[in-house]
Design a protein around this ligand. Sequence first.
Ligand code: ATP
Length: 229
Amino acid sequence: MSDAAAAPAHTPGTLTPHPFPAHCLEVDSLVLERGERLLFNGLTFCLDAGELLQVAGRNGAGKTSLLRVLCGLTRPMDGDMTWDGVPVRRLDDGPGGHLAYLGHHNALKDELSAEENIQSQCRLHGCPQTPEAVFSMLDELGLGGHADLPVKLLSQGQKRRVALARLLLLRRPLWILDEPFAALDVQVIEVLRQALEAHLAARGMIILTTHQVVPVRGPQRTLTLGDGA
Ligand SMILES: Nc1ncnc2c1ncn2[C@@H]1O[C@H](COP(=O)(O)OP(=O)(O)OP(=O)(O)O)[C@@H](O)[C@H]1O
């Protein structure tokens, strides 16, 4: 059974998810070239349940490119990935896929409200939510009064909060997050910090890029990308 199907829907009033089964991701010998530059060559790492991996490196080192490869949005020139020992091409295939991705862009439809955006994405990913659960999550992220507005009327930080609410409700064991702390005020950084810790405590896994120190307790490692490293 997929994680999404096995996991109960979000319980209003708590950011703490139900525990996931223990999973393992192995990435072996990835090679990626972009615009005639070798970004990485033979990149290998693994991630176990409850672990966080910070992808570090200077601007242009290839951090976003690596996340896109892991999500199946960019095809590597070589290399393999396995999930629980089974070879996979991408980690987000259909309902019951393994990952939730939060990129630089929030991937929200401007004309839809926050609630409609989240409902439609959760349904699409096989994880339907009750309106109460969505409103409760938006409330926890300080958007209680904005749930019905078209997201085009929200500020950048508020849009980011909607995307975070969606991430939290999707109930995927692996979170892949590109600069998740960008454009958030101190209050929401704290909510996100707690959510990351709760996700790790529930045997979730996190791969993220950030130019900041990750303010999260729990097992974490750093993978630094360099010139073709
Ligand atoms: N579609 C593309 N075609 C050609 N080159 C690309 C493409 N996408 C990214 N690149 C190049 O790949 C390199 C790595 O880009 P990437 O966005 O992965 O870096 P990054 O480490 O995430 O940088 P930053 O810290 O600035 O966000 C850059 O030199 C970029 O110009």
